[in-house]
Ligand binder design. Structure first.
Ligand code: PLP
Ligand code: COI
Length: 340
């Protein structure tokens, strides 16, 4: 397969159109077979549920070229199952989980020329999403839906890749207790845009959100979960019902325990304990693991001993092991790697 003429190593995290995407429609209580199409546009009624009341959710996963030249993706079954949870919370029909995984394979196969080569530093980002497509004017769920999945080659989410970033404690909330923080609803991201634009204007890379009820516990950022490493080498990750259950974070907990022999704690993390941690990072499909060097709390800086120049040593081991599994250099746990 001849690859596209793309400057893979200099890609940022941005959209570019690829050849084919998957589309399936839900009407009269059933999903159709779905097709791969070259049409990257959508025509909708002006009154579509997604446009009026933001009835939409999405997923994100990646495909990789392995060291030995295979094309694989990472734990797509978990994206299918999380999308099911999102759909149920938003009164949307569930796209069957096995068909979701089949669609991932079909989309990657149809866009094989855009899967970045091994060692380029880029990956193929796959974006499944669903939205209410029929007209809704009273506040209620739509009757018709569209499920789509496109892909686009991407580089690092944060410019500078593995360079530590600086984040700030945010005064706005991402998710309410008993709200929608645990699902991947588009609305969670719409209401974070004001804060991210402001953070960037103030010179910060991301926002750290605290729990909305008491503002004493660490939740997550706008697009990734937190990992912390204690001075004695334990992996600590925040637990809360309003955090998105990151597939990367869940995988790292297994990597830490089973591959690196580390102690792992998944528990509520008080903001006032993070000054004692040795390393901090953001983890997610887009973020992979992005080290955090500094947290700004209203002008007061928390600087991690790992510094602003490179990833801390334990974060680096986690990063190397996780990406080693994704790129086929290290044997994966059963079922984590799906060949295209
Ligand atoms: N938290 C939020 C709010 C996200 O948007 C994402 C991205 O998907 C994550 C965490 C990381 O989740 P995952 O590792 O499944 O990509
Ligand atoms: C992902 O990591 O897949 C996400 O959806 C996060 C988003 C901020 C790009």
């Amino acid at each position: 397969m001849e690859k596209k003429n793309i400057d893979w190593s200099n890609l940022g995290f941005a959209y570019q159109v690829t050849d084919k995407r998957f589309v399936s429609n839900y009407k009269n209580g059933a999903w159709d077979e779905g097709v791969l199409t070259e049409d990257a546009t959508i025509t909708l009624t002006e009154c579509a549920g997604v446009l009026q009341y933001a009835q939409t959710c999405f997923e994100g996963l990646k495909a990789y070229t392995t060291e030995d030249g295979r094309t694989v993706c990472f734990r797509p079954d978990l994206n299918a199952s999380r999308m099911k949870d999102s759909c149920e919370r938003l009164e949307m029909p569930v796209f069957p989980e096995d068909k979701f995984v089949e669609a991932v394979k079909a989309v990657v196969r149809a866009n094989e020329a855009y899967v970045p080569p091994y060692g380029s530093g880029a990956t193929l980002y796959i974006r499944p999403y669903m939205f209410g497509s029929s007209a809704v004017i009273g506040v209620k769920p739509a009757e018709e839906y569209q499920f789509r999945m496109f892909c686009t080659p991407v580089g690092p989410y944060f410019k500078g890749g593995a360079k530590p970033i600086t984040i700030r404690v945010c005064d706005y909330d991402r998710a309410a207790p008993h709200g929608t923080g645990h699902i991947k609803a588009g609305l969670n991201y719409a209401m974070s845009l004001y804060q991210i634009v402001d953070a960037h204007e103030q010179g910060f890379d991301e926002n750290m959100y605290l729990d909305a009820a008491t503002r004493t516990y660490v939740e997550e950022t706008g697009g990734a979960n937190f990992i912390f490493i204690t001075k004695d080498g334990t992996l600590v990750t925040p637990k809360s019902d309003s955090i998105l259950p990151s597939i990367t974070r869940r995988s790292l907990m297994v990597v830490a325990e089973k591959y690196l022999g580390m102690k792992v704690e998944h528990r509520p993390v008080r903001f006032d304990e993070i000054k004692d941690f040795a390393e901090c990072g953001l983890c997610g499909t887009a973020a992979v693991i992005s080290p955090v060097g500094k947290i700004n709390d209203h002008g007061k800086e928390i600087c991690f001993p790992s510094g602003m120049d490179e990833m801390g040593p334990v974060t680096k081991k986690l990063y190397d092991t996780l990406t080693g599994i994704q790129m086929g250099r290290i044997e994966a746990p059963e079922g984590w790697i799906v060949e295209i």
